[in-house]
Design a protein around this ligand. Structure first.
Ligand code: BGC
Ligand code: BGC
Length: 848
């Protein structure tokens, strides 16, 4: 059978169209009809013949060094404009907490000035055709690394809002704010479908369920990129490809153990609409993929050719560029920060090498010359980079030649962000219809997060982890306290962070604003020793609620957090409970909903519903809608409205000792749980609780205590004894010990002995009422003095031999010294089976 070329093409086009429509429908309804393979996606941005010819011509005229330069993305702290010129650098980025000239308070104009310098440098390279450099930034929730920018709620709040239109508008406004700084590439949206909320990046995810991520991905990309016709358009990034939200135990950069089908249908869900909307860049993920069920360990994503080259660029038809994550090539076995032919061969086009870009360029040139990377792969990578730049309209346009460039106002979008906050709030409890609160009342505001821009903004806010920020670092915006004062009038509001000495009866109601403190990747993970219990990590929040609850005045709790947490104990102390997520700079979005109008009407009702399931117990993670045994406290989609008569009863607030991912160890004292066994120090007749404040220094008659480092920052307590004093980890009643705390187990801690003891030192464990055992550990500490960090393992049998019962303890650890001695203690644990560790001490060592 013969067919004319024209009719063949016609049929082919029809087939492609039909397939695209079918697939379009398929990914819209993936939940009912799972995809069997990576779908082909038709991008809204089509290839242009003339453009492709131009790209080919430019690439043909480039030297190898120029090509590798184009593929390299250094960080602005580590490269000057002149080096961009010299090395024909293709892109720069600024990392979290990196600003022009290191100036946190840089203005929009300052950012543009630097962007122009980079651009001008790229116009003076030795390339035949000059190619503009592209600058990328983590504008995650607003142009969030920039002073004076409006910060929107983090993605988790947008997920709760269930408002696609809002997300599109937000993305447009982010584009504008980024253009105000002369930048044209945004590392967003994050399309992670987070399955284990212990991951420290949970708040960067819209939902645990692929449907919301799928719903938002396209509008987000379109909001940022438009059709590259408008001055506010910027290049978007779908990240992190793929499976970032599915790592085992929620570990950052960890191992995703999904099947191929789960990769395609859960973790891939956001990519299909993003690609269809024409997203121009995809960032590869730090995680690895081990398909345990199929017995296939695919290793680190950065070395995964099957997913980047074959699936993304092949089957899905992506023709933009793939960028690696921060130094992430080094995680591929055999690679280093400045060398990774595997990653380029696997499909990475632009390499984020913040610091070691010079040696990276030299190494990569040599690898191509040795044939370790084919020239065709390099040409493809460079073509993709040029394609993105051309499509984005970057050629011949300086960053300052943009309507928004340098405009401080363009950084702001307060009304829209306030709307987003309003819509993102989720009402978890409103017993007795305490909310909305009437105006004209006297309100007591308590809690550390009421007046904290840093806490309400979370990570990726001016700095990487969102730490080291003061309220004055946010010149535009309102804390929740400021918003309450604005609504009620200052004379109606009293604020006390810890409620110390406040007479609650003097007020009509209490608003407690509590929650997590800022964190980002890595630091934000809840590790295997820890649990989802907020009061474990933040006992000060529990203390403040205890101070105001049960005093006959209604307590409204506003929780600021990056993820659902176990808060049964706190719900019990609150009449109403609102999850506010990480709302960003616009605190008035909270008061819009919490307070009635002057006329006494509801001003704005709750709209938010959970896009993440809420745990009922401290180790209930992973917990996701659709689970076989789905038993959350508040299910996916839950969220009360005004007028609802739903009552949340008193909840079981008990929990087992220990963490969630470690089944043979009990953390007695650590950074992650400061309250199961709070630390107390006794000296000269005084007894002082050390509390949660890591900056506190206690100068007692015979001992000084502060926070220090043994393993990681601020993980230890440092004691300098001058006379008799005791440090103890102590609960208010004996807590049952897990079965592994048998005679085969051990008490373990890390210690740095700064000064050998001049007298007796005892290590004690107690059952309650003072009963227990103390070991004479003077000789042991003598031996460890001056040796730096040491792990001490003491078999529990040594204590049992002296009368300790291994059933329940109120004091699993104490150190008593009677004369000068100095040591820092961290990571105190009871570890099952550790008595037989090769470094375990013998009981005989305590009698010397
Ligand atoms: C993060 C990315 C981010 C990049 C640049 C990485 O560590 O995983 O999300 O875009 O750094 O700051
Ligand atoms: C940078 C971040 C980056 C991170 C990766 C930080 O120093 O500021 O942007 O994501 O390193 O580890």
């Amino acid at each position: 059978m013969t067919m004319t070329k024209a009719s063949h093409n016609h049929l082919l086009r029809r087939a492609v169209l039909a397939a695209a429509l079918a697939l379009g429908a398929a990914y819209v309804q993936a939940a009912s009809a799972p995809l069997a393979d990576w779908p082909h996606i038709t991008s809204a941005i089509k290839q242009d013949k003339a453009m492709e010819a131009k790209i080919a011509q430019i690439v043909a005229g480039m030297t190898l060094a120029q090509k590798i330069g184009q593929m390299t993305q250094p960080e602005i702290k580590f490269i000057t404009p002149d080096q961009v010129r010299e090395y024909s650098i293709g892109s720069v980025l600024n990392g979290g907490g990196s600003w022009p000239q290191g100036n946190k308070y840089a203005s929009a104009a300052d950012w543009v000035a630097l962007a122009d310098q980079f651009y001008d440098a790229s116009m003076h390279t030795d390339m035949k055709v000059k190619v503009p450099v592209i600058w990328g930034i983590d504008a995650m929730h607003g142009n969030s690394n920039v002073y004076g920018a409006t910060l929107f709620p983090h993605n988790i709040g947008l997920g709760a809002a269930r408002d696609k239109k809002l997300v599109g508008q937000m993305a447009e406004s982010v584009g504008k704010a980024v253009r105000a700084t002369g930048i044209n590439w945004v590392f967003a949206p994050t399309l992670a479908v987070v399955r284990d909320d212990r991951w420290g990046r949970t708040y960067e995810s819209f939902s645990e369920d692929p449907s919301i991520v799928r719903d938002y991905a396209g509008v987000y990309v379109t909001g940022l990129q438009g059709r590259f016709k408008d001055d506010r358009n910027v290049v978007a990034t779908a990240k992190h490809f793929i499976g970032d939200g599915g790592t085992d135990q929620g570990k950052d950069r960890g191992e995703n153990q999904s099947t191929l089908s789960q990769m395609i249908n859960i973790h891939g869900a956001g990519y299909y609409p993003a690609l269809a909307a024409g997203v121009q860049t995809v960032m590869t993920s730090f995680n690895s993929w081990n398909d345990v069920q199929a017995g296939q360990d695919h290793g680190k994503m950065h070395g995964n050719k099957e997913l980047m080259l074959d699936a993304l660029k092949g089957k899905m038809g992506f023709d933009g560029l793939v960028v690696s994550d921060w130094n992430a090539i080094a995680e591929v076995p055999g690679c280093a920060n400045d060398s990774c032919p595997q990653a380029i061969n696997a499909g990475i086009d632009m390499i984020m090498v913040p610091e070691h870009w010079k040696s990276f360029i030299a190494n990569t040139i040599a690898q191509v010359e040795r044939g370790e990377i084919p020239m065709a792969r390099i040409d493809d990578a460079v073509s993709r980079i040029l394609r993105v730049k051309m499509r984005a309209g970057m050629f011949g346009r300086k960053p300052s030649q943009n309507a928004y460039a340098g405009k401080q106002d363009a950084l702001q979008s307060r009304a829209l962000a306030r709307q987003a906050v309003r819509e993102s709030l989720v009402l978890l409890k409103n017993n007795g219809g305490v909310l909305p609160l009437a105006r004209g009342k006297k309100i007591l505001v308590v809690g550390k997060s009421a007046d904290s821009m840093a806490n309400q903004s979370g990570g990726w806010s001016l700095t990487w982890q969102g730490t080291d920020n003061k309220n004055s670092d946010y010149p535009v915006g309102d804390t929740i306290l400021a918003a309450i004062e604005n609504t009620l009038g200052k004379d109606h509001v009293t604020y006390s962070a810890n409620a110390a000495g406040v007479d609650v009866s003097q007020f009509d109601a209490v608003v407690a604003v509590i929650g997590e403190t800022p964190y980002a990747e890595g630091d934000g993970d809840i590790g295997p020793f820890a649990t989802l219990r907020l009061s474990g990590r933040h006992p000060e929040d529990m203390a403040v609620l205890q101070a105001v609850a049960g005093k006959g005045k209604p307590v409204v709790t506003v929780l600021v957090s990056g993820r659902p947490l176990y808060v049964n104990d706190m719900l019990n102390l609150s009449d109403s409970f609102v999850e506010a997520w990480l709302p960003g700079t616009e605190g008035k979005g909270v008061t819009d909903v919490l307070f009635r109008t002057k006329a006494g009407k509801v001003n704005a009702d709750f709209r938010g519903t959970l896009s993440f399931s809420w745990p009922k117990s401290v180790c209930q993670s992973p917990l996701n809608v659709g689970d076989a045994q789905y038993d959350p406290l508040f299910k996916y989609g839950y969220g009360l409205k005004y007028g609802s008569k739903a009552i949340v009863p008193t909840l079981d607030a008990s929990y087992p000792a220990g963490g969630c991912g470690v089944t043979n160890a009990l953390q007695v004292y650590s950074q992650v749980d400061r309250s199961t066994y709070p630390l107390v120090v006794s000296s000269g007749g005084q007894r002082v609780a050390l509390g949660a404040d890591l900056n506190a220094v206690f100068k007692l008659p015979t001992v000084t205590v502060d926070t220090a480092q043994v393993n990681t920052q601020q993980d230890a307590k440092r004691l300098v004894w001058s006379g008799p004093a005791k440090l103890a980890a102590q609960s208010d009643k004996p807590l049952p010990l897990p079965a592994y705390a048998s005679t085969a187990g051990a008490l373990q801690f890390d210690v740095i002995v700064a000064a050998a003891p001049r007298g007796v030192v005892g290590i004690g464990m107690e059952n309650g009422g003072g009963a227990g055992a103390t070991l004479d550990a003077g000789a042991v500490f003598q031996r460890l003095a001056g040796k730096g960090k040491q792990k001490v393992t003491i078999p529990l049998s040594c204590f049992a031999d002296k009368g300790l019962k291994l059933d329940a303890l109120d004091m699993p650890f104490s150190v008593t010294a009677d004369a000068p001695f100095a040591a820092s203690f961290a990571n105190v644990q009871i570890v099952g089976g550790a008595a037989s560790d090769k470094d375990a001490l013998g009981c005989g060592e305590f009698n010397k």
